[in-house]
Ligand binder design. Structure first.
Ligand SMILES: [Zn+2]
Length: 204
């Protein structure tokens, strides 16, 4: 008898085999899903137009030598002094996130951050620079396409996943999200916003 049903020895063997197979599937399915997720690849988007505060064209370079666990960008000048955005592992994120990173990094060039002394890690000044860069990226996405708001929402979802995986508390994501949501409602263009930042910094 198995579960109150009369079974032959052959039936019992069949049922036991089924139970064992089910247990194996239950244990292994999440791993397979994780592996698939981890291996998911996306096409890399075309970089946006980006000019820094001195009118120099910013170049975007896909950094293929260093594999990052998450998509990331870095705005800086190269050894020859040219303004660059280095893109790391963009293939690991959907287009909305890639776009957001590109424009966020471009904003560090547009506001002159790249040529100013690097503020200490997690200092109020650094937080301010990051909030400004997020805001400019948000305004550009909002105003450059028809479905700007949807792209920003997609990017926020990805940002939340990435920040969680990197161990940031939810409060960090929430303050970033609230800044981005406030920027979305601002009655200014990215250009005017950048102009005001440069004016405040006496860089224009
Ligand atoms: Zn930044």
């Amino acid at each position: 008898m198995l579960f109150g049903i009369k079974c032959t020895r052959k039936d019992i063997r069949k049922i036991m085999k089924l139970i064992i197979t089910t247990i194996i599937i239950m244990f292994f399915t999440p791993c397979t899903v994780w592996a698939k997720d981890n291996l998911m690849q996306f096409d890399i988007v075309k970089p946006p137009v980006c000019l820094n505060n001195k009118g120099e064209t910013v170049q975007y370079l896909n950094n293929l030598s260093q594999k990052a666990a998450f998509s990331a960008g870095m705005a800086k000048r190269n050894k020859k002094g040219f303004p660059i955005v280095y893109r790391f592992s963009y293939e690991k994120s959907p287009k909305a996130m890639q776009k957001f990173i590109d424009l966020h990094e471009c904003a560090h060039h547009q506001t002159g951050d790249v040529d100013r002394p690097l503020p200490p890690q997690n200092s109020p000044l650094q937080m301010m620079n990051e909030s400004i860069a997020d805001c400019i990226a948000t305004l550009r996405i909002r105003d450059e396409g028809e479905n700007g708001e949807a792209i920003i929402l997609d990017a926020l979802l990805e940002l939340k996943k990435t920040m969680r995986s990197l161990g940031f508390p939810d409060s960090s994501f929430n303050s970033r999200k609230s800044n981005i949501s406030n920027c979305l409602k601002k009655d200014v263009s990215a250009q005017t916003f950048i102009y005001d930042v440069l004016q405040h910094r006496q860089l224009n």
